[in-house]
Design a protein around this ligand. Structure first.
Ligand SMILES: Cc1cc2nc3c(=O)[nH]c(=O)nc-3n(C[C@H](O)[C@H](O)[C@H](O)COP(=O)(O)OP(=O)(O)OC[C@H]3O[C@@H](n4cnc5c(N)ncnc54)[C@H](O)[C@@H]3O)c2cc1C
Length: 412
């Protein structure tokens, strides 16, 4: 481990992963300098509640901070409210948008990504919004009042969570998804269909398999013209079509990028002393070796810990099992492990339409699981399914598919 107090670690991005990394650095005993660079105001924070509790009005944005003020002050770091615009990997320095230059002994890219833009006429009109930051949520929130009309482009997690929050508040919602099912390839068709049915019951006007052609400002608000010939009327339009990983600064510095910044199992890029973690990093799965880029809370949390150790000179491999959740109304979806690495899919129908899907390899070892159901009813089983996957439990399809099998009994 490096020990010199003159060494300095530079973290690019003061979001979830960057915030957790600087916290872990001090917890792990790093005594050198820390520079944390990022434009967003306030303390680093968690984003998941933005589309859920913050929009629904049950949590204030400040409650999302990763830590309290005292803990933040105790980190004793240099916080730069700016962007990193260039990195010189030979000189081991970074240029900031305010013109300053910082030197580093090791650097972490934890700069996430930005919402993908919709490439159609009118996508830049006022009232066409995205949701990534607290500032975005503050712009969107007033549009979710009763009597208002929201059109959502994109049937992924963010679009669906906002749809649920908006319906809870009495806002009229229409949602447009270009693909044949909601939530794309991230969840099996069976679960996507249950989610679709729920959104329809809760009053969302769903348009699947159609694309938006243009957005115009009409007399009574925004108009979204669809490929189906339908025109949606809305007071605001939310674009939720995924994010573009922030690879440009790294790429310009000669660091290898693909869908994200490419790293190995130790989160190292192809350039010495430069690492990447969180949404921006594309890393090899410890399970299958497949290159993954994950946009999940758990990935930001667990990669931050590994990155911190390696930034300090450690040699730790990232091997955490993947996991994410999405809350829509009083329902929850979870996906854990790596379903794509499976050769068997096992469906377990539970009470009142709740469903779990298990994924196993050729020797009946669990490599993934997902589930959907009423949160209060299915939460325990979702947690158990995740633990079964993390432990790589071996179980036959017949046992897993039987709702009478107590999942807890498989842990032994
Ligand atoms: C609305 C919403 C809901 C979500 N819900 C869930 C959920 O239910 N479950 C789940 O698992 N995950 C969810 N996520 C995903 C989760 O929040 C992200 O995976 C996580 O925030 C990633 O952390 P990160 O630090 O990699 O990126 P971010 O949190 O995006 O942080 C990156 C930071 O880097 C800054 N930055 C960018 N470029 C530069 C630069 N050049 N120089 C300096 N700084 C820069 C950005 O301003 C930003 O502050 C949600 C995300 C959103 C937006």
């Amino acid at each position: 481990m490096h020990s010199s107090k003159s060494l300095s670690i530079l973290v690019v991005g003061a979001g979830h992963c960057g915030g957790r990394t600087v916290q872990a650095l001090r917890e792990l005993g790093w005594q050198g300098g820390i520079d944390l660079v990022g434009e967003e105001p306030g303390l680093p924070y968690e984003r998941p509640p933005l589309s859920k509790e913050v929009l629904s009005g049950t949590k204030i944005p400040e409650a999302l901070d990763l830590m309290g003020q005292d803990a933040w002050q105790a980190l004793d770091l240099r916080r730069h409210h700016a962007r990193v615009t260039a990195v010189d990997t030979q000189a081991q320095s970074a240029t900031l948008s305010d013109g300053s230059i910082l030197h580093y002994s090791s650097l972490l890219f934890a700069n996430g990504g930005s919402p993908r833009r919709l490439d159609i006429p009118g996508a830049d009109l006022p009232g066409v919004l995205a949701l990534r930051t607290r500032a975005d949520a503050a712009r969107l929130a007033p549009q979710l009042a009763p009597g208002k009309r929201l059109a959502i482009i994109g049937g992924g997690f963010i679009g669906l969570e906002v749809a649920a929050s908006a319906r809870k508040l009495g806002c009229a919602v229409s949602l447009v998804e270009g693909g044949p099912q909601l939530m794309g390839r991230a969840v099996p068709k069976l679960l996507a269909e249950r989610a679709l049915a729920l959104h329809i019951v809760r009053g969302v006007d769903m348009h699947l398999g159609v694309s938006p052609l243009r957005i115009t400002q009409g007399e009574a608000g925004l108009e979204v013209e669809l490929s189906s010939g339908v025109t949606l009327q809305a007071d605001a339009v939310l674009i939720g079509i995924g994010i573009q990983a922030g690879t440009d600064v790294a790429q310009a510095a000669g660091i290898a990028v693909a869908r994200g910044i490419l790293v190995d199992r130790r989160l190292r890029t192809n350039v010495p002393n430069v690492y990447a973690a969180g949404d921006v990093a594309e890393f090899p799965s410890h399970l299958s070796g497949a290159l993954l880029r994950q946009e999940t809370w758990q990935n930001a949390e667990s990669q931050a810990r590994v990155a911190a150790q390696n930034l300090m000179g450690g040699s730790v491999e990232f091997a955490a099992s993947s996991w994410f959740w999405s809350d829509q109304y009083d329902y929850q979806l979870q996906v854990s492990g790596e379903p794509a690495a499976a050769s068997q899919t096992i469906v377990r129908e539970q009470e009142d339409g709740d469903v779990l899907v298990f994924y196993a390899d050729g020797v009946n070892k669990l490599v993934g699981a997902c589930g959907w159901g009423l949160t209060s009813r299915i939460a325990k089983d979702l947690k158990l399914a995740r633990t079964l996957v993390e432990r790589g439990v071996i179980a036959t399809a017949a046992v897993l598919a039987d709702p009478a099998t107590k999942l807890k009994s498989l842990l032994r």
